[in-house]
Design a protein around this ligand. Structure first.
Ligand SMILES: [Zn+2]
Length: 178
């Protein structure tokens, strides 16, 4: 297990499309463990492989609240995670919901994004089984945000408020050259 470095926008790998995973090898299992550990250490609720420089279609999500001084969840609702989703795909979507999103690759910034309010997603789990989930609210938003990463899309790309999106991009570019 290891904590990996989270790439910051505008790193080119964040704009790359990740490749489907053909086989769940030991390397993929280690990657999943590392991603969960990296996400928890960064106090995030979701992380896609692109964000640690790996262009393979895998993401992790855990919406359980964690305490600051430990990695164990205060509440452990299995519906909330931890989830490892391999080759995730949205197969159905309904309605719309606007959520103020943040991103571990875009620290200290938030922006409103309109997403589908209710989704059905299909993915492969670490045991190689196909799983179908229905998600609403934050879980639906989070899955859509993380799948976007696998397609090289970051949330400012989807913001209706173009001025605010530009502000976020400029702040990140300034951070990079600082
Ligand atoms: Zn993100």
């Amino acid at each position: 297990m290891a904590i990996r470095t989270i790439l910051l926008y505008p790193h080119p790998i964040l704009a790359a499309k990740a490749e489907p995973i053909k086989e769940i090898t030991q390397e993929i299992k280690t990657l999943a463990t590392d991603m969960l550990e990296t996400m928890v250490a960064a106090h995030g609720i979701g992380l896609a492989a692109n964000q640690i420089g790996i262009t393979q279609r895998i993401l992790v999500i855990d919406l359980n609240p964690t305490t600051d001084d430990s990695e164990t969840s205060e509440v452990n609702d299995p519906a909330l995670g931890p989830h490892v989703m391999i080759n995730p795909k949205i197969v159905e979507q309904k309605g719309s919901i606007t959520w103020e999103e943040g991103c571990l690759s875009i620290p200290d910034q938030v922006g409103e994004v309109e997403r589908s309010a209710e989704i059905e997603a299909v993915f492969t789990n670490l045991d190689g089984e196909t799983v179908q989930v229905r998600a609403t609210e934050l879980m639906a938003v989070c899955i859509q945000h993380e799948i976007d990463h696998l397609n090289g899309i970051v949330y400012p790309d989807r913001m209706h408020d173009r001025a605010k999106a530009r502000e976020i991009r400029l702040a990140m570019k300034a951070l990079k050259s600082a």
